[in-house]
Design a protein around this ligand. Sequence first.
Ligand code: NAG
Ligand code: NAG
Ligand code: NAG
Length: 637
Amino acid sequence: MRFSTTSLIPLSVVGLAQAAHHQVTVGKGGELKFVPEVVKAQKHDTITYTFFAKNHSVAQSSFDKPCQPIDGAIFSGFVPNDSQDVASRTTFTIVVEDDRPIWLYCSQSTGDHCQKGMVHAINPPETGNTIEAYKEKAKDAPKSTSPHDGLPQVGRREIAVDVGKGGLKFDPDNIIEPVGTYVKFSFSPKNHSVVQSTFDKPCQFQEHGFSSGHIPTKEGTVSPATFNLQIKDSKPIWFYCAQPNGNHCQSGMVGSINAPTEGNTLAAFVNKAKTAPTPSTIDPSAPLGGIILVNGKEVKTFNGNELPAEFREDSNPSTTASATHSMPPAASQTLPAWGSPEVPDYFADKAGGHKPKHWNWADKLSPSASGFLQLHLQIENLITHLLWEAYLKLETVGEWKGVYPQTIVDAIGAWAAQSVLHSATTSTVMDHYEIKPFGGCKWKLPLDDGVVGFLEAWNSLNLVQIGALIDISAQIAKEDPFLVPVLLTQAGAKSRAAGVVNMMRGHLASVSPREIGVPVPLVWSYVLGNYVDSCPEEVKVEGLDKAWPGAKVANVEAGEDGVVTRVEVEYEGSGEHWVAWIGPWGELEYAKVEGGKKVGVPKGWTGDVFVVVVDKEGLGLGELAGHVVAGPEQVWL
Ligand SMILES: *[C@@H]1O[C@H](CO)[C@@H](O)[C@H](O)[C@H]1NC(C)=O
Ligand SMILES: *[C@@H]1O[C@H](CO)[C@@H](O)[C@H](O)[C@H]1NC(C)=O
Ligand SMILES: *[C@@H]1O[C@H](CO)[C@@H](O)[C@H](O)[C@H]1NC(C)=O
């Protein structure tokens, strides 16, 4: 599979825009049924489940083990509801990632829903493993179980809340939902908001809390804008409408998420709000802590805290229907354009913060720094695409679903986001000095062979980028010192990622990666040789435009203690050659290439290191590039 840097950008936007939306009812009319029982869906289609009496769920099993969950696979959580014919405000939406069969069941064990035939399938075969065969198997299945934490996963669980519909109130005002659920607020007239407070200080904006801003809504309509936030933990959350005209909050327009049933209850909060000081307060900027969507598009900033007039009325009412169920977060977010210094809020939130704010700009940037940044940007872009693609495969209903626990999937998503931030930081520097980024290269992403190929690529790219950051920092320290902290904080972030990658690779010293400074020309050669399909003509920096022939390390010889003592280096060429071993802490040692291209390993070296075949020994790191015969190659000792 090949990607250009631009081919990924329309991935979700275009793909999802053309996708079909399917609706499935769960338990409607009091029946233990999914209707329709079978959905035929294509890649990128979405399926939304709506829930009726009694207390159902959507859970994924294998064909062979109905009524039992697959670890890390689709689960909606339970949705209790009394009504047989009014759907719950809570829905669950999944995105279909391919046309393979997906087997689903209701995991309610009280009343044996699954065994009684409450099963469902997406793209089941018409012969062999059919839906009938699955249902038949379910009859004799052991007691149903659900994923142990009971939380929704691999799909978007969402509850719809009305703001100001039929009076000064939130409906529902006492939201009880599991962690991970999205809350979608829709606004009725007049001019309402959803703002977070503490329990103790109702009607007062809580520092670092969320705020939708004021959403003025035309009489007789519902605003096209919705405010969306995700429940991140099980602590109670308190909110209010901050409209001071008419004292909405003090009049009872407050609500809660997961409020206790005793002590600090919602009723106690309503009482407290009655005597809260006026006027209610709101942060001067919005939106905060959540996302405003207008017809499915995000409105990032209001330039103040009032929704701008152009978004208040629905310019295209026919599109609102399809915008009412939003996509799961990962699939609906697109990577910023190539070379963009902008970081979408979604990525900044996921990365744990935005770009640096204080730059200490120097008057000018040295030409060598400029060249280094161009290459750094290319490599970072490659890493972003690798991580983001893998994250989509793991997070949504992709072919890698369930391979890793959710915490690891989340961590990979966070590192993808951080990589976006790192690219944008470099682009900001280039922007400041009016250096136009070269066009983006087309990458070869090793994602077709499962997670192992991904993991190895992530490991080596992470290491070479750390290597490059160290080398660049050392080389520019004199002329462009202001850049050093910017680059080395990136190295720090990548080093933490390297610890996790090592853990996932099952290594002993898992969280103690050691950083290796690899000269930038070698790093770029490595990237060109292994991950580049093609680059625009302009991607040439003097001395940095070469991919040396590859070197492969094979036939490892180890001593009795398992420590590697000799390796065989396969490369084209003959003559008197040495292998330069590049290790952590600036270590550099030489070993002569012997007959059969055997090479000794420096004593005591372990972990990830790099080798490069050179035609001279005793060179310094900075002199290596002038003497490369083959490589570099990464080796695990
Ligand atoms: C719904 O069912 C689940 C699983 O049996 C149970 O844990 C939960 O308490 C039920 N909720 C209600 C409100 O009955
Ligand atoms: C069931 O859904 C209806 C419609 O949204 C809602 O009014 C009702 O409160 C729900 N019942 C439960 C027990 O959640
Ligand atoms: C909405 O309410 C805010 C706060 O009172 C106010 O500043 C703003 O002018 C109102 N907007 C409209 C259109 O009424």
